[in-house]
Design a binder for this molecule. Structure first.
Ligand SMILES: C[S@@+](CC[C@H](N)C(=O)[O-])C[C@H]1O[C@@H](n2cnc3c(N)ncnc32)[C@H](O)[C@@H]1O
Length: 377
């Protein structure tokens, strides 16, 4: 059985939930085990298309494939590199315990076997990508007496271009990190031939990720005209980068999310993925009561929004939704709306065996994001 190690991003639980949803959808037979906090092993019945998988995932940073057990690491590395086609100079890198010593020994042995060889210290993923070591299958890792080769690395530059290079931008209403938007779409498990809606689309982060994942029908709405204009610009910008998106049915509506049933036909939407309005940004001077009142107002907004979702969504449609968690002055205040969401006709789909929702939080931030997945009954 082919074995893989997945290096997970900064929220490993979310990355695992995403990975499992994507692999299950691909109907692959696999088993999984957590090796370390940010390391997940997948044993699959057939080989994985690691580069394709990497293109798809938001929460995985590196995929390694096992070459096999290596009780004698120096011999295993030597054997593996000797099996590679002997064209020109062989460049390789090595990570793991005693990597430097092992690399020097490998270099010496390969040279005596007549190979021209160069060792590249794997300072960071950029060094590995720059030296093309993924394509040549020569970025190696020793992990618990097993030798691995890197099969894919997260395309860092493409992600940061999506994050910082886009034309429409609204720092005031906050931007969802593109990788999190991608991860949330993947968590929905939605098929890409149905209509995907973001009813609080802001500058269009979710819409752009839906486009890059190949969704054929994408709908964005927001009550702010500026958000609609930003989404339009960003969408066009990204579609051009993809070489055109002519066949995509893309629609934008300026609308209050609670009123969307006036714009969209009943049972026409296949999935909702959204980071809604999370309240006024906190500055640190607001009294405690302000946070409590804001959480109440948001509960009311989200309740009405889910009642609208119940009208416009198809049966069984998924909703991936962010609920804010205020961490203000040593107190944690959540938005109390789960009962109302269930009453509106939705069930919770737990995102891990231990917890219904998963947190995306940065230390020191006053608002953490709880990621939830629901399904229309
Ligand atoms: C947190 S931002 C969404 C950010 C967006 N995901 C992005 O990355 O650009 C929330 C958005 O909700 C919009 N909004 C606030 N209240 C709304 C409502 N009742 N109906 C529709 N949109 C609303 C705001 O205009 C804002 O663009």
């Amino acid at each position: 059985m082919p074995q893989y190690l997945f290096y997970l991003g900064r929220e490993p639980e979310l990355s695992i939930a995403e990975l499992e949803t994507v692999l299950k959808k691909s109907r692959l037979q696999f088993s999984a085990a957590r090796e370390e906090k940010n390391l997940y092993r997948i044993s699959s019945s057939s080989p994985l298309e690691a580069p394709e998988l990497m293109e798809r995932l938001g929460g995985t940073v590196k995929i390694l494939e096992s070459i096999g057990p290596a009780d004698n690491p120096a011999a295993a590395i030597h054997d593996y590199l000797c099996r590679l086609p002997a064209a020109g100079k062989l460049s390789f890198s090595l990570s793991g315990p005693n990597a430097e010593r092992l690399a020097i020994e490998t270099k010496k042995n390969l040279k005596s076997a007549g190979r021209s060889v160069r060792y590249i210290e794997p300072k960071n993923t950029a060094t590995i990508l720059h030296n093309n070591l993924v394509a040549t299958g020569t970025d190696l890792t020793m992990h618990r007496n097993e030798l691995f080769v890197t099969r894919a690395i997260q395309p860092i530059e493409a992600w940061s271009e999506r994050d910082y290079g886009r034309p429409g931008y609204d720092p005031k209403s906050g931007m969802l990190p593109p990788k999190l938007a991608r991860l949330m779409i993947n968590l929905s498990g939605a098929e890409n031939d149905g209509a995907l809606l973001d009813p609080f689309c802001g500058s269009g982060t979710v819409l752009i990720e839906a486009l890059s994942l190949g969704f054929a029908r994408i709908v964005g709405s927001d009550h702010s005209p500026k958000a609609i204009a930003d989404s339009e610009r960003n969408y066009k910008w990204f579609a051009e980068r993809l070489g055109g998106a002519k066949k995509i049915d893309f629609k934008l509506y300026q609308s209050d999310a609670r009123e969307l049933f006036k714009r969209l036909p009943a049972h026409s939407v296949a999935a909702v993925v959204t980071e809604p309005y999370l309240g006024k940004p906190l500055r640190g001077r607001e009294p405690r009561d302000f946070v409590i009142a804001q959480a109440r107002e948001l509960a009311d907004l989200y309740t009405h929004v889910f009642r609208t979702f119940a009208k416009i969504l198809k049966p069984d449609a998924p909703v991936v939704f962010v609920l804010p968690e205020f961490r203000y002055r040593d107190e944690v205040t959540s938005v109390n709306c789960l009962g109302a969401i269930k009453k509106a006709g939705f069930s919770v789909c737990p995102l891990s065996p231990d917890s219904d929702s998963l947190l995306y939080a940065r230390p020191g931030q006053w608002v953490a994001r709880q990621i939830w997945k629901f399904q229309k009954n």
